[in-house]
Ligand binder design. Sequence first.
Ligand code: ZN
Length: 168
Amino acid sequence: MAQRDILEYPDPRLNLPTNPVTLFDDDLGQLIDDLLETLYATKAVGLSAPQVNDRRAVLVLDLSDDASAPQVYINPEILAKAAWGLVEESCLSVPGIVGNVVRATEIRVRAQDRTGETFERDLAGMDAVCLQHEMDHLAGKLFIERLSIFRRLRIRAAAARARRRSAA
Ligand code: ZN
């Protein structure tokens, strides 16, 4: 296993869509293991393949306190959504930004596991919210794109200032 570097906003590669996984091979297993190792090193609750510059539709979650409950979703699709609420989110690829996003807090998801086996699962609360956040990454979308236009412009300006500072 190895930790991988995480792409950060405004890297345009974060806005590229992913491709469905068709090959359930050792290389896919390596990607999943690396995503989990990187997730645990950052103490975050979710990570997607495009955040480590891999174009496969893979994401991992672990909402436990002790790295004891890894969840792996390959080619996920949401079958049903209910119970919308406003939730506070942040993202490893958008450091330092916290924002409120409207999400379903109850969902039913269909996905494949690392062997290619299809499963369906009901998720509620933060599991449901985090899965939707990571699925946005698979579609090339960041949570800040769900914030108000005013908020987005301020985030973009702050990123441009940070770039100028690091270039100076
Ligand atoms: Zn994220």
